[in-house]
Design a protein around this ligand. Structure first.
Ligand code: SF4
Ligand code: SF4
Length: 126
């Protein structure tokens, strides 16, 4: 059997789960105070929410699929899809390299973030 060459044209058809339509991120102000981290703890306490820091700052990841992602991985509103979807380039995307690779910090649970808070603030409980 011949080897299939994965190119930008056919790559999305091999991407099970259509990764880029299965979450979104939202930048947050750089947390500095206990109050800032308390807010992030509240946010990450919710289902399917993660937090990361990379060279551009701090971001929430909301791991929810887009309403318009169809079962076969196609976009149900392709002609009217939002600008950010139109501008997403699949030449080098989450299929090629996990975004996590460039994270400086990555919290996937309330417990993990709380542990970090307790280390960062000596008097976290005080
Ligand atoms: S652009 Fe990348 S992450 Fe998105 S569906 Fe295509 S291969 Fe998957
Ligand atoms: S609108 Fe279409 S391209 Fe954009 S995230 Fe939803 S399914 Fe994906």
């Amino acid at each position: 059997m011949g080897k299939i060459n994965i190119t930008a044209d056919n790559k999305c058809s091999f991407c099970s789960g259509t990764t880029c339509c299965s979450y979104f991120t939202q930048q947050v102000d750089t947390p500095r105070s206990k109050a800032d981290f308390q807010t992030l703890l509240w946010q990450i306490a919710h289902e399917k929410v993660e937090l990361y820091q990379d060279e551009d700052g701090w971001f929430l990841i909301i791991n929810n699929r887009c309403h318009f992602l169809e079962g076969d991985g196609r976009c149900g509103i392709y002609e009217q899809r939002p600008t950010i979807c139109r501008e997403h380039d699949n030449e080098w995307c989450e299929y090629d390299e996990l975004a996590e690779k460039h994270f400086k910090r990555h919290f996937t649970s309330y417990q993990a973030l709380l542990k970090y808070c307790k280390k960062r603030f000596k008097r976290w409980d005080g």
